[in-house]
Design a protein around this ligand. Structure first.
Ligand code: FAD
Length: 529
């Protein structure tokens, strides 16, 4: 683990906090582009400004070296990184902090912690790096428990074995993205899974939430990269067999992948690796209409070319990213291979988008547009903190939909979001869209909203907007999440989306693996007590 300390209230390290001047400059720029005037400035919280309730747990002697009740640790495990998380952190409200944070160094430690939690009647929150944007690690568990214990997996961060023949590695769940790739580097292999949160999220978190990497086609979700895995549950250890594929009944991996800490604690997994790419090509393509850009993406996705990048960024978002002037929608295409030149694939993809009216700039210009978009993508989480500090609401929600329903879906969800922003805040907001992933049968639209909430009413207004936007996603036939997970925030819509009988079956599975309902209560399965 790095010696640099992570912010207890936000994204990245403490030394990456924006100054007031930087925050104001970002808010002024975005305010100018969205028509929303920033107002005031709230400084990020200092530890000395918050007060936490006395911890209700005392570590047993045998576990005391891996347990902490320090204010920093408890505060840093209270929230994820969503807009409402920031609002409460900026209000210096850490009333939901866990009683204790623990840092297991081995699977035996995890088992011992679960045993102890069971005896102490404490709810257990599995924790990767807290990058959840859906309330996945928030210690809000109802009144049925005597205390809350968070299990932070980041001390279990080793690549334990590499199999160069099958190209797979056995990796501990608590490893952060950059450390994982650094350990694989000498082998020349890579996991090649890059969510936008790569730097500050863990392998276990990715598997637990079915994360989506930024590769836009083919291996979009972590699911495809898991060869086998091992989890500790209150009822024992569950480990699956290493296999390239199996038709033997429902997959044990698929039961745990996406269980979001509600069924067990993932301790390690065998992950499929790939050769590092050495051949690369990218292009940015401009379109006059959103619809023809979407048709361009569909044509590429259905051509079997499997580009690593295949994104549509609408005109408003292109402008916000500093990659355009708002007069065109952009499709970003990228190909990579560690094995063969990809020029023929790129040439065919460019034919597909040209056929739909795409314009391809000369190489120099298209590189600068693609670079501007990439830089905006990486710096976005830091900039968002500046906007929130200066009184602007910034939130995102994402989904997926089949191509045949896309046009109406996009129009109706966007209209519903505009309408609710106006109703909730009394003023128009700004809503933009990009496609993060493309499939043969559909795509994953990702909406970004900006609004100007009333000071002091941010939580209430955010809830109104979130509810109406989520209702629209489900009403219009989409999913409540393509890759941000369910957490606590999406439970009502997850309940509406999944078959009722499956919900009941999941409860039965939970009752077998976690009979006292200790693990992440309220996530995936409703609180049982
Ligand atoms: C700026 C930003 C960008 C993001 N971009 C993406 C993106 O591109 N793609 C994407 O998919 N998501 C993205 N996310 C969401 C988030 O990063 C993912 O959900 C990520 O997988 C969470 O990993 P984590 O290690 O931080 O887990 P945490 O946030 O700590 O936990 C998430 C959930 O997983 C459970 N969990 C964590 N570790 C374990 C474990 N070892 N065993 C069992 N359960 C566990 C927790 O209990 C919780 O329910 C983004 C978030 C932010 C803030």
């Amino acid at each position: 683990m790095s010696d640099r300390r992570l912010k207890f209230w936000g994204w990245g390290h403490e030394d990456q906090t924006l100054s007031e001047a930087e925050a104001r400059a970002i808010a002024t720029r975005v305010g100018g582009l969205t028509g929303l005037a920033p107002e005031g400035y709230i400084a990020p919280p200092e530890l000395g400004e918050i007060s936490l309730a006395a911890p209700r747990l005392k570590a047993p002697e045998t576990l005391s070296s891996i347990c902490s009740t320090s204010d920093y640790d408890r505060a840093a495990h209270t929230y994820g990184k969503s807009y409402p998380d920031y609002i409460r952190a900026y209000a210096r409200d850490f009333s939901a902090a866990p009683d204790m944070v623990t840092f297991p160094e081995s699977e035996q430690d995890v088992t011992a912690l679960l045993d102890w939690a069971d005896g102490a009647d404490a709810a257990v929150i599995p924790f990767g790096c807290g990058s959840t944007v859906v309330g996945g690690i928030e210690p809000v568990v109802g009144d049925g428990f005597k205390a809350v214990l968070t299990i932070d997996m980041r001390r279990m961060a080793k690549v334990l074995e590499i199999d160069p023949v099958a190209r797979a590695a056995r990796i501990q769940a608590g490893v952060l993205g950059p450390n994982l790739e650094a350990q694989l580097k000498p082998s020349g292999l890579t996991l090649r899974h890059f969510p936008q949160s790569f730097e500050f999220s863990t392998l276990g978190g990715w598997i637990a939430t079915r994360s989506g990497g930024h590769f836009a086609t083919l291996y979009t979700h972590i699911d495809e990269l898991v060869e086998s895995m091992r989890s500790v549950t209150p009822s024992g250890v569950m480990e699956s067999r290493r296999l390239p594929g199996s038709g033997a009944g429902p997959s044990p991996d698929r039961l745990m992948i996406g269980s979001e800490g509600s069924l067990g604690i993932i301790t390690e997994a065998w992950m499929r690796l790939q050769q590092k790419p050495t051949f690369r090509a990218s292009a940015a393509v401009k379109f006059d209409s959103f619809e023809s850009a979407a048709e361009g993406i569909r044509a590429v996705a259905q051509a079997g070319l499997w580009p690593s990048n295949c994104r549509l960024v609408d005109a408003e978002e292109t402008k916000l990213a500093g990659a355009g002037d708002g007069s065109f929608h952009m499709v970003v295409l990228g190909f990579e291979s560690g094995d063969h030149p990809i020029d023929a694939w790129m040439a065919r993809a460019l034919e597909c988008v040209r056929d739909q009216g795409g314009r391809i700039d000369a190489a120099g210009e298209r590189d600068s547009v693609a670079d501007a978009w990439r830089e905006a993508f990486i710096s976005a989480p830091f900039k968002r903190e500046g906007l929130i500090s200066c009184g602007l609401m910034h939130d995102t929600f994402e989904t997926s939909i089949t191509w045949d329903r896309l046009a109406d879906f996009h129009a109706n969800v966007k209209a519903a979001t505009h309408e609710i922003i106006k109703r909730a805040t009394g003023a128009p907001g700004h809503v933009s869209c990009r496609f993060t992933h493309a499939y043969t049968d559909g795509c994953a639209p990702y909406f970004t909203l900006h609004a100007k909430p009333t000071p002091g009413r941010e939580m209430e207004q955010w809830k109104e907007i979130k509810t109406a936007a989520s209702d629209a996603l489900i009403r219009e036939g989409g999913t409540i999440t393509h890759h941000h997970a369910v957490g606590r925030d999406h439970m009502p819509w997850y309940g509406a989306q999944r078959p009722e009988l499956m919900g009941e079956a999941l409860q039965a599975v939970k009752a077998r693996l976690d009979p006292k309902g200790l693990l992440n209560p309220g996530v995936i399965v409703p609180v049982q007590r």
